[in-house]
Design a protein around this ligand. Structure first.
Ligand code: GDP
Length: 201
């Protein structure tokens, strides 16, 4: 495993704190969002097969920034700042929301959003707040229920169905899958979907 996919070539391409610092809004991007500690960095590492890749995003000062990873061609992976940190001043929180909101609402290169959710927690209030940010815009959404190795197969399937129903009830169109960075399960499904989203770029 590992060979033959375009994600292994991902190269850190910088961190930005302002949207004006983003690379030109051309080509194609897939963005990853999620609560802090949901498993977003581990998922990015597993996707690319590069253990240390998203560690860059975790260096102090960068967790609140948008981290960019260049793929071949005109494609990029975008690691959005995690949300839900405790003890963050309201003003900082508002800044993040604005950064995320404007990025998600305006970025033309955005081909899809992967929402990383800890399968044991399911979708939380903060995740719904994030989903509201794309409500006005039909960006394809994929919910990655990660840490699936922490549940039995049956419980994981139940959690998936529960999340699917909640999204349906809210009128939100999304695909969903179970994932485990630890076990390496669900990686091929994720790569397949991103291949579709990024096709042509
Ligand atoms: P982030 O803050 O969303 O980037 O989360 P991390 O990727 O740093 O993961 C947070 C914690 O969850 C770390 O202790 C990881 O080792 C753990 N973790 C992440 N993914 C998995 C997984 O698939 N299975 C298990 N068991 N633990 C995971």
């Amino acid at each position: 495993m590992g060979a033959g996919h375009r994600y292994q070539g991902a190269a850190f391409a910088g961190s930005v704190a302002r949207l004006s610092q983003l690379p030109p809004d051309t080509g194609a991007e897939v963005a990853f969002a999620g609560r802090s500690n949901a498993g977003k960095s581990s998922a990015l590492n597993a996707l690319t097969g590069r253990r240390g890749l998203a560690r860059t995003s975790k260096t102090p000062g960068r967790t609140r920034m948008i981290n960019l990873f260049a793929l071949d061609g005109a494609a990029r992976l975008v690691d959005l700042p995690g949300y839900g940190y405790a003890r963050v001043p309201d003003a900082t929180r508002r800044q993040w929301t604005q950064l995320l909101g404007t990025y998600l609402a305006r970025r033309q290169a955005l081909r899809g959003l992967v929402l990383v959710v800890d399968i044991r927690r399911g979708l939380t209030r903060l995740d719904w707040e994030l989903l509201e940010l794309i409500a006005e815009r039909p960006v394809p959404l994929h919910v990655l229920l990660t840490k699936a190795d922490k549940l039995s197969g049956g419980a994981a399937r139940q959690a998936l169905e529960r999340a699917r129903r909640c999204l349906e009830d809210a009128g939100i169109e999304a695909s969903l899958q179970c994932f485990s960075a630890t076990r390496g399960s669900g990686i091929e499904d994720l790569r397949g979907l991103l291949d579709e989203w990024l096709a042509g770029a």
